[in-house]
Design a protein around this ligand. Structure first.
Ligand code: MTE
Ligand code: MO
Length: 164
């Protein structure tokens, strides 16, 4: 595991060195809106939003094998973004960055047209009907369309930035 200071840009490509150890205890994260406003989001806040589940998800790790299939549940990233923005507010992409400095950029177009349509990107807080543990990645980004790697399955979300 590289220390965070060796990976200054969490959105640049990451190597296959999955960190197994939660970098902190509290699963709350910071949401940064398009105007730069910051809000702390707790798991309870996510549970108040519509629940979405996606079955048949795999975590495909190069080096230490594939796990799954899992049914991940949470709020779709699109529902989450829309719940935080005034209608009509322009946004083009979302950055999802973990506490240990691992991240992913998701374009609005990808969220508006998931393929297949019933397998959206979610902010997951449960797996197979049980609350995700911090060790399992709470709160974890699940990108069901990613089939060959697990580079988008971001554990321990620390910051979500909505970009205009
Ligand atoms: N926060 C965070 N998420 C991460 C990683 C990481 O190092 N940190 N590694 C990724 C990689 S390369 C893999 S293979 C999977 C491993 O997930 P698992 O620990 O649930 O098997 O997590 C992905 N998500
Ligand atoms: Mo990986």
């Amino acid at each position: 595991m590289n220390p965070a200071h060796e990976r200054p840009d969490p959105l640049r490509p990451h190597t296959h060195e999955p960190n197994p150890d939660p970098p902190s205890v509290d699963p709350s994260f910071i949401l940064v809106g398009p105007t730069g406003d910051e809000t702390v989001i707790a798991v309870d806040d996510l549970e108040l939003l519509p629940r979405t589940s996606v079955s048949g998800c795999y975590i495909v790790s190069t080096g230490h094998g594939t796990s799954g299939p899992y049914r991940f549940s949470g709020v779709s990233l699109l529902d989450f973004v829309q719940s935080r923005l005034d209608a009509g507010m322009p946004w083009s992409q979302v950055e999802v960055i973990s506490v240990d400095g691992f991240g992913n950029r998701i374009m609005a177009t990808e969220l508006h047209s998931p393929r297949p349509v019933d397998r959206p990107v979610i902010l997951s807080y449960a797996r197979d009907g049980q609350k995700l543990t911090r060790r399992q990645g709470l709160v974890r980004l699940i990108v069901p369309s990613e089939k060959d790697d697990a580079l988008r399955q971001v554990k321990w979300i620390g910051r979500i930035v909505i970009r205009e």
